[in-house]
Design a protein around this ligand. Structure first.
Ligand code: AMP
Length: 587
């Protein structure tokens, strides 16, 4: 398959702002794609050469890529820099320069999808002496045989920023319409495999039947099941779970899915990143604890402060591991793995079994040790017992309870009311950062506040809901500025609706947990999400959360409604009390 077909689709996608329009372009491309090319095309559409859970960067920076463009186009680095200042996108610069050169170059052989895929995929493997030059040469080779349009997208692919607005979620509907299968089956298959390339291929080859055949496999992370909030506390839990539920400690750590295949152990985060090398201290204990030969189990990795014996904020743990190196951190901050679910063991998949059955299997296949523990659990329907358990858990330093429906199966990737979070504290929102504004005075030179957005369930776009300028320590301001400067864009990202002018814009990728006092209707509707937050405060970065998983505008609307209802009640009661007081005074 010629790469030109893909490049033309990218170009159409860039020029098509609407959700449905983009879907039609992707579906058309998928229909044209031969089955044996499907995985490559889908991954390239997502701007990658491996599924998201294999973390591999091309290792090529902007400067090196500029050199490759110079080499392929025959223009000097300073000419490229000049054009970059005008255009701001190296992809367009490459296209421009190759267009000028077009008259003199005859393309020997048309560029194929396979060639681009393989050259880009090989980039991380080019290491050792002279690797920088060899990488530049490999990219220049692609660019030399590219048409100007192809060069634009080869460049953007290597940079890891396609800017055509194909988020993972979009592929679900496009695959469904391309191959005439239901979006639900596509989603279900994706939740089990976490790889749209595999899903698209199965749909292309076998339609619904093809999708049904996809299942769990060790080494391929499954989208974890998530929990809803029990806004109405214990009452809501007991009502939804028909009078009885399993209550487990809600640990504040990092969600980890453990995959065991013989001696091999892999740890995947909730974002499906491979964290195995981050926690070498857990590998042996897990090998010994899991009695099955092959298994996928689910749990929370928790760090315990050796001085207090209480769980530590996880952000702190990751920070220290990065700062001091893993060896020292292992001694300073021991970690423990708390298991609460099993997805498969040996030949059996347990996803469709009830919670009760899965817990029974989990207890059977785990031989608990001091580092790998099965989460404490209480099955009850009695309020006093639940309250008592909650108090005990809070005193231990945990954040609350998770109530689980005894009859519910494991719903990969779903956030439903069969797992409910019971927390005593004020909730926070997870929002994605889409813009930054420079600070003044002490904060000069740093981004002093960030524009945050929630996801719109309907369009999949990100709409702004607050500007957040407090809650940052001096160290946070410095670190965040460094982080965001590296990824800043000149214009708002195409997936973001912004009406507030910022000094820099960002791809919607980094998620801030943000506390607030109240939800309000955005004053003068400055925010495209229509709601705003009063007194927003930065709490922390949520590295474990993808932009697709953040709070939605619709959820914020619900919080607003609940809050107004509560206020009306209090206000109403206040008025009645006042009226009664007046009556009393009259008498
Ligand atoms: P949240 O991140 O606020 O949506 O809460 C759900 C998260 O709580 C899960 O993704 C887990 O990381 C974490 N968690 C902690 N303890 C448990 C537990 N016992 N069962 C399930 N999830 C838990």
């Amino acid at each position: 398959m010629r790469y030109a077909v893909l490049a033309e689709a990218f170009e159409k996608l860039e020029k098509t702002p609407s959700y449905l329009g983009k879907n039609a372009v992707i579906a058309e491309l998928l229909k044209k794609t031969p089955v044996e090319e499907m995985e490559r095309v889908v991954l390239l559409l997502l701007g990658r050469t491996c599924p998201a859970y294999v973390s591999k960067e091309t290792g090529v920076g902007l400067q090196q890529l500029k050199k490759a463009v110079a080499k392929a186009s025959g223009y000097s680095s300073s000419e490229i820099d000049k054009l970059m200042k005008q255009i701001g996108d190296l992809g367009e610069v490459a296209r421009n320069l190759l267009e000028k050169k077009k008259q003199v170059t005859l393309f020997a052989e048309p560029l194929t999808v396979k060639k681009v895929f393989e050259n880009v995929k090989a980039l991380p493997e080019i290491t050792g002496e002279g690797s920088v030059d060899r990488k530049i040469a490999a990219i220049a080779e692609l660019l030399t045989s590219s048409t100007p349009l192809e060069a634009k997208y080869v460049t953007r692919t290597v940079l890891g920023d396609l800017r055509v607005g194909v988020a993972e979620g979009r592929l679900r509907d496009a695959i469904a319409s391309a191959f005439n299968v239901s979006p639900d089956s596509v989603e279900h298959a994706y939740m089990l495999t976490t790889d749209y390339a595999v899903v698209a291929k199965a749909a292309a080859a076998g339609r619904e039947r093809g999708l049904e055949k996809l299942g769990l496999s060790v080494g391929h992370p499954v989208n974890p099941m998530l929990a809803q909030r029990a806004e109405g506390g214990v009452d809501e839990v007991l009502k939804r779970m028909k009078g009885e539920a399993a209550f487990e400690i809600k640990l504040d750590g990092i969600r980890i899915q453990v995959h065991k295949d013989g001696e091999k152990i892999q740890l995947f985060t909730r974002r499906m990143e491979d964290y195995t090398s981050m926690f070498p201290d857990l590998i042996d204990p897990l090998r010994q604890t899991l009695k099955s030969k092959r298994a996928i189990v689910d749990g929370e990795l928790v760090a315990i402060d050796p001085r207090t014996g209480k769980p530590m904020p996880f952000q702190e743990v990751l920070k220290r591991r990065r700062k001091y190196g893993i060896k020292e951190a292992i001694e300073q901050i021991p970690v423990e793995m708390y298991l609460f679910d099993v997805l498969m063991s040996d030949g059996d998949a347990w996803l469709d079994e009830s919670y009760t059955k899965r817990r029974e299997v989990l207890e059977r296949i785990v031989k608990p040790s001091d580092k790998v523990i099965v989460v404490e659990q209480l099955v009850t329907g009695k309020r006093e017992e639940i309250q008592e358990f909650m108090s005990k858990v809070l005193a231990m330093g945990h954040e609350g309870l998770l109530a689980k429906d005894l009859g519910a199966n494991y719903r990969a990737g779903r956030r439903e009311f069969v797992w409910l979070k019971l927390k005593p504290t004020l909730e926070t929102l997870d929002l994605v950062v889409v813009g930054g504004l420079y600070g003044k005075g002490k904060r000069a030179g740093f981004f002093g506040s960030y524009l945050l957005a929630a996801r719109d369930e309907k369009s999949g776009c990100f709409l702004t809901v607050t500007k957040c300028g407090s809650g940052y320590t001096d160290e946070d301001l410095k670190e965040l500025t460094g982080l965001f400067k590296k990824i800043q864009l000149k214009k708002p990202h195409p997936d973001v609706g912004i009406e507030i002018e910022c000094d820099a814009y960002f791809s919607p990728r980094i998620v801030f947990e943000t506390s607030f006092e109240e939800v309000q209707i955005s004053p003068e509707l400055k925010h495209t999400g229509r709601y705003g937050l009063r007194f927003p405060r930065y709490v922390r970065i949520r590295e474990d959360r993808r932009a697709e998983e953040i709070n939605t505008v619709q959820e914020i609307a619900k919080i607003y409604e609940e809050q107004e209802k509560r206020k009306a009640k209090v206000h109403g009661r206040g008025l009645t009390q006042q009226r009664q007081k007046r009556k009393v005074e009259k008498r």
